[in-house]
Design a protein around this ligand. Structure first.
Ligand SMILES: Nc1ncnc2c1ncn2[C@@H]1O[C@H](COP(=O)(O)OP(=O)(O)OP(=O)(O)O)[C@@H](O)[C@H]1O
Ligand SMILES: [Mg+2]
Length: 490
């Protein structure tokens, strides 16, 4: 617009003359350069075009008047190595596939324990002299050739790298053997090579005169929960947390072991077998036949372990007197007593469930056969009375871990933030933990009576027929052999 006044920042005539002069100079330079290039070409000494200039992709490569400019110079970022220096190859981590080493690389020192799924020994690696634990997997004759518990253990342990989880170093093989006369082929044995830890908490507690101190109990519970948090964050359920599967070294460090029952899960949880977790540590939802369950089953086991650390005795041993049972609840129609024996034990300690406290529990497969007394006095928990020395905060934590309703149990992260760990006495530093003589380091261990992890077979159901209460607590020996249990891992 004509009437528009000029900005006071606009160029004046002097500025314009200066910029016109600069433009002229630039063009003169360009012309001189083009002339020089033309002369060089005429004498045949012009530099050949660079490949990138041939492709003509860069505005820097070809100037506007079509003549090439010298290639851009690159700044050297690192000093070049001296000419005679050895060349370094770049190495990238890649998961290595290859044949397993032979178990002969290890010298067996002593047997430690026979579990349900393997034999564990202490061994020394010949090349390094390092002490390790070797777990030889029991290769039961199964259709798919390799025990699923072994596969799960290898799969999940390989994926776990955490200070609270036993380190799986490698898998090694023994020889396959065949006997032509007997027409028999023995499959090659498979061994897990793990870091060796001096104790498991069950054996250790059996030899201790007194339970761990409250400060030590807190440290152990924190370590266990941190490992469980790591597993749950990585979508792994352990499904067999118990004191014999918690290893401890002489530096007060605890590590979770035995991943034979572990598996990946999802959200929503898939249908899985309810026959997991050793009976004394098995949550009520599993006992009542839930097929969909999640992290809460491990949290229940953490609660049982917490109770056990406080008293040195397993909390819910599933052994009870039958008259106590008939006082607490009546179970209708059942075949297998081994399963249901622990249910009254749980209800006795924690009170009976109600639709309000555990919505929907009546729809669980085994709950249909329960006939519970309607006496409201039976609904309260007597857990607190069992631990008179536990503080209010400790008691509230234990009660929440052992909530009948899985949805009411805290997550691992919530446990770690609980005020119980902040009050005095504070958790003891692992460096201050006492040391104990290691049975695993020297001798074969006694196996104390406690139920084993579930075995293959038919899962017990509460079936038809009248109950003979007199027989409910008989025949515990059968349960310890795992009779009547099915392990169909899904
Ligand atoms: N890395 C280890 N270092 C030292 N001892 C170990 C180690 N791993 C296992 N043990 C010992 O061997 C025992 C059995 O090991 P593990 O629980 O892995 O076997 P399992 O056959 O799966 O047992 P379960 O009967 O619980 O199913 C443990 O309770 C522990 O005493
Ligand atoms: Mg075990």
């Amino acid at each position: 617009m004509a009437s528009q006044s000029k900005s006071r920042w606009a160029d004046d005539e002097g500025d314009q003359a200066l910029s016109a002069q600069r433009k002229q100079e630039k063009e003169a330079k360009k012309r001189a350069k083009a002339e020089k290039q033309r002369k060089l070409e005429a004498t045949g000494t012009a530099a050949p075009l660079q490949p990138s200039q041939v492709n003509g992709s860069s505005a820097h490569d070809i100037s506007l008047n079509g003549l090439t400019e010298p290639p851009l110079k690159r700044r050297r970022l690192s000093p070049s190595p001296p000419p005679d220096a050895p060349r370094k190859l770049l190495r990238f981590f890649a998961s290595s596939w290859g044949p397993c080493r032979h178990v002969d690389n290890f010298e067996k020192l002593n047997h430690i324990e026979e579990g349900s799924y393997g034999w564990v020994s202490r061994a020394r690696e010949n090349a390094t002299g390092e002490i390790v634990a070797l777990k030889k997997l029991k290769m039961e004759p199964v259709n798919d050739g390799f025990p699923v518990t072994g596969l799960r253990e290898i799969q999940t342990l390989m994926a776990c790298r955490h200070e609270g989880i036993v380190g799986l170093r490698e898998v090694v093989m023994g020889d396959a053997m065949s006997d032509a006369e007997l027409n028999l082929t023995i499959k090659a044995s498979v061994f897990l090579v793990m870091d060796f830890l001096e104790h498991d908490l069950k054996t250790l507690q059996e030899d201790m005169q007194e339970p761990f101190l409250p400060s030590e109990t807190k440290t152990l519970l924190l370590q266990l929960t941190t490992a469980v948090q790591y597993l749950h964050d990585n979508w792994i359920l352990h499904r067999d947390l118990k004191t014999s599967n918690l290893l401890m070294n002489n530096r007060g460090q605890m590590k979770v072991a035995d991943f034979g029952m572990a598996r990946y899960f999802g959200d929503p949880p898939p249908k899985m077998t309810q026959l997991v977790v050793t009976l004394w540590y098995r949550g009520p939802e599993l006992l009542l036949g839930a097929e969909k369950y999640g992290r809460e089953v491990d949290i229940w086991s953490v609660g049982c372990i917490f109770g056990e650390l406080l008293t040195k005795e397993p909390l819910l041993q599933g052994k009870n007197e039958v008259d106590q049972l008939s006082k607490v609840l009546q179970l209708q129609k059942m075949h297998s007593c081994s399963l249901i024996r622990i249910v009254p034990k749980i209800f006795e300690l924690l009170g009976l469930p109600t639709e309000a406290s555990w919505p929907g529990y009546k729809r669980l497969p085994n709950a249909r056969s329960l006939r519970l007394p309607s006496d409201p006095r039976m609904h309260g928990s007597v857990l607190g009375g069992k631990f008179p020395y536990l503080t209010t905060a400790g008691s509230s934590l234990l009660t929440s871990l052992l909530a009948l309703n899985p949805a009411s149990r805290p997550t691992a992260s919530e446990i770690l933030a609980h005020p119980y760990f902040k009050e005095d006495p504070k958790p003891k530093s692992t460096a201050m933990f006492p040391t104990f003589p290691s049975k695993a380091g020297q001798e074969k261990r006694r196996r104390a009576a406690s139920p084993s992890a579930p075995k293959r077979g038919e899962a017990p159901k509460i079936g038809e027929g009248a109950i003979d209460f007199g027989g409910i607590f008989a025949g515990r020996e059968e349960e310890e052999k795992g009779a009547g249990f099915a392990l169909k891992l899904i």
